[in-house]
Design a protein around this ligand. Sequence first.
Ligand SMILES: [Zn+2]
Length: 388
Amino acid sequence: MPVISTPRPSRTARRRDRLDRLVTRLLSVALLPLAVAAAPRRARQVACQWALAARFPAENLDGLTPATRAAFEAARTEALWRHGELIGLTDGYRDAHAQARLFADAVRRTGSATLARNWTLPPHESSHVAGTALDVRPVEGARWLERYGSRHHLYRVYDNEWWHFEYRPDGRPPRLPNPGASVTPGPGDNAGMARDDGMAQMQRLALLRVLDGTRPSAALEWVSPVAPAVTQAVVGAGHWAAGRRRRALAAWARAAGLGLVAWGLGAEAPTRAEADKNMEEHKELLRKLGTQVPATAGTQAGLSRGSLRALDAVTSSIRMVVGVRSGLRQPQRLTVLAIAREAPAGVFYALRVARAVQRRRPRIALGSALVVAGSVARLRAASAEPLR
Ligand SMILES: [Zn+2]
């Protein structure tokens, strides 16, 4: 954020603030009976959140960690009911892309990554991305939080940002001059640091992109996410018909999970264009930091998007046939090899759960969790119902 010093509000602004405070207090009192009906044990807190939502209609508490959100709501309930202070949220959770853009803007504005760090941090260091940072307003609210926030584990962290608070359940962190001070390496280390960060970030981005998946945009693109679900459903039916109940249930759990993931990819995943754009923006940012970034790998030479789609659909269909055969025969029993074969998919879907939860993609999260559960169930079934 570009604000540098604590702003001194004009007299009219102060009068308006006082009025806002009065109206919001009255509103929270008026809403109290309704809140008692809605949540008898947390009525004061609920009424307070409603009144503040009316005062700060643009604020968005989504994406904060549950503990951070609970602490913030408790703190502002106390502020309103005890001292009549309003605390609004200007900015809470930011996704990594938004934070990367903010940081790129800061680099552009200040002319260097080191200077930019005085104001904002790259995504992997930002507590906004972690969901534990709160930028609050107005100044009076921030002052209240600075004074009483520790009861709720909320602390001001930087000298140069009166609005920025963090949820720190482990106790008061040392107050730093600015965001960059937290991790500023020794003199001369900057370039190396940026380069290492750059490479690590590129690898992370590539992984995240695979975990995110992309939204199918044409009928043929649906074949590859849907085919594995069909495969597992058929495998389950085969096992069931042969009386292998546990193997059948394990396959069906995977089928349900894969189906949910496919649905989630259609409804929740970024489109290919969005994914490409994000990737490019990240690369742009990394180049600004002085990192050598490989140019975008061109699309596969000579093949149009359409023929790639068709090829992918054909491969997926073949995999479906092969998958049913091997699904009915493998694994024969629980062996180290069987576990080793199951492990990569298990790890991939476990990571996908974490990523989908972070990005609030419930179908992909639940589906991936089901796939992991199905993998474990398959191994257990392999030991309970060995094949000959
Ligand atoms: Zn902040």
